[in-house]
Design a protein around this ligand. Structure first.
Ligand code: ADP
Ligand code: GLC
Length: 485
């Protein structure tokens, strides 16, 4: 029998705070789950390390202990290895850190007070695994950390180096920087002499994201445009200088989506359709209108599936609704987040009965029905490192109307006259992210919708776009290969 590990192109340990299908609060989890699968298919030996939050071990039946420690940031811990959905998963079982009420980051609306230590522990164990390996003999050649929660993994491996292990950090969202008071250096097991501006120190505090950015062998982010934006103050959010200083090691690699889960022809949650059988999409539209209590409208049925936060530009919706509704449009919203934005969405639904419908909450199955039934998906983000929902929209013939920023700008070709004439258009982009530009984009959407042959040609072009992981997993593979001596 061939030893898969021995023939692998390399061993990679991903370190992250969430991963589909075990736990998801946003697109990070989708990417952390999908990327190892795509790389494993290309011959890489991938494992994902994440915390065993309350209840997660039960989702990894038959897991075996492959590492243990007696003092992991204040208590004993084990690493449990098992398979879930084709992913080789390592769960860090440290009850004193993870077996508790609340979500992965917060409880009753406030951060867990020991979040810095909780995720430092994850990184510290990743570094131990890189140093000494697991009891089954597995040891990675690359440690790939994600966001601020993974930021200290490259740092521990730099401060106490393991020469044959290289590190990568991926920025999914720079708005979250893992800031902790300087007084936590000791509890985070960080060397005091590294507390300076070129290393851990960030405006008088520690930033675990900055720690990862200054110590990793390579930095990636989730779209080429965001990679450029990050070097500017508005987008870099304080870390622009750190990133610009390492520009030669920064790579923008576009996310993909899971094209098996998001496949309009085979999706069990909808009435199936394809670019050739677009007429069958209509049944999904009718069902969606009924589900949200909307009237059949002469214009496009738009949707939003999103965290309701300032990042996503949700506050712009009320300002554009009157014109959109007057032009014959309707809107269905699914999301949760800031209380103020949730209430603004409810108010909009009350103001435009039969034309605007809102569900506050998180509902994966409903989101599939929404993309299947929608004519358009709205993503008016102020910044968007990559964004996944515009890609679901492309796949399901729900034309994306997006702010031209980050990954949104990299995935949607706007329906300007030239792109329409050449058949390249796949949606509508607008800039800047304000109500004026957004409103104009929606007017354009309604105009194109009124010309159904044109509309359908754009839909078909959208549905043809390659939004899977093929190209991008190859880009990650090339990056890993460039790091392995
Ligand atoms: P972000 O990670 O910034 O929230 P992304 O577009 O990268 O943005 O990923 C968001 C993911 O979460 C997508 O898979 C989207 O469909 C999903 N999602 C967001 N809100 C909801 C919701 N209320 N119900 C179901 N899925 C949601
Ligand atoms: C973050 C970003 C989003 C991106 C996701 C996955 O949550 O906000 O744009 O798609 O990470 O990389």
């Amino acid at each position: 029998m061939v030893d898969a590990a021995a023939t692998a192109r390399g061993r990679v340990l991903s370190v992250a705070s969430e991963c589909v299908p075990l736990l998801k609060t946003g697109g990070l989890a989708d990417v952390v789950g999908a990327l190892p699968k795509a790389l494993a298919a290309q011959g890489w030996d991938m494992r994902v390390l994440m915390p065993a939050y309350r209840g997660l071990l039960a989702k990894l039946p038959g897991a075996v202990a492959v590492w243990s420690g007696t003092d992991v940031f204040g208590g004993p811990a084990r690493v449990m290895a098992g398979q879930v959905d084709g992913i080789a998963m390592l769960l860090l079982d440290a009850p004193h850190l993870y077996d508790r009420d609340g979500g992965p980051y917060t409880v009753a609306g406030a951060d867990h007070g020991d979040n810095p230590e909780r995720f430092a522990a994850l990184c510290w164990v990743a570094a131990q695994i890189a140093r000494k390996g697991l009891s089954d003999g597995w040891r990675p050649g690359i440690v790939h950390a994600h966001d601020w929660q993974g930021g200290l993994a490259p740092a521990y491996l730099r401060f106490d180096p393991v020469p044959d292990v290289k590190t990568v950090i991926t920025i999914h969202n720079i708005a979250f920087q893992g800031v902790a008071p300087a007084a936590r250096l000791v509890s985070l097991r960080l060397p005091a002499h590294e507390f300076h501006a070129d290393s851990l120190e960030y405006y008088g505090n520690i930033s675990t994201l900055k720690a990862g950015l200054v110590t990793a062998d390579a930095i990636t982010t989730v779209s080429p445009t965001y990679a450029e934006e990050l070097m500017r103050p508005v987008f870099g959010m304080g870390l622009q200088g750190v990133i610009a200083a390492r520009a030669a090691r920064v790579h923008g690699i576009l996310n993909g989506v899971d094209t098996e889960v998001w496949n309009p022809e085979a999706d069990p949650l909808i009435s199936g359709f394809s670019a050739r059988t677009l007429v069958r999409k209509a049944a999904n539209r009718t069902a969606l209108m009924a589900e949200f209590g909307l009237y059949d409208v002469p214009g496009p049925l738009a949707i939003i599936v999103s965290r309701l936060t300032d990042q996503k530009g949700i506050d712009l919706i009320p300002a554009v609704l009157a014109d959109f509704v007057a032009a014959g449009g309707a809107l269905a919203v699914l999301g949760s987040g800031d209380a103020q934005l949730e209430s603004a969405m409810r108010t909009a639904a009350a103001r435009y009965p039969g034309r605007v419908g809102v569900r506050i909450g998180y509902d994966e199955a409903l989101s599939h029905r929404m993309f299947a039934g929608a004519d358009a998906v709205l993503v008016p983000s102020r910044f968007e490192p990559c964004g996944l929902t515009q890609m679901y929209g492309l796949r399901y013939g729900a034309l994306p109307v997006v702010a031209a920023t980050g990954g949104l700008a990299d995935t949607v070709i706007t329906a300007n006259p030239m792109a329409l004439a050449t058949g390249a258009a796949t949606g509508i982009t607008f800039h800047p992210t304000d109500a004026l530009a957004f409103g104009q984009a929606l007017r354009r959407l309604c105009q194109i919708y009124a010309d159904q042959p044109l509309w359908q040609s754009v839909q078909k072009q959208a549905m043809k776009q390659p939004v899977g992981w093929e190209t991008s997993s190859t880009a990650y593979a090339q990056l890993y290969e460039s790091l392995i001596p």
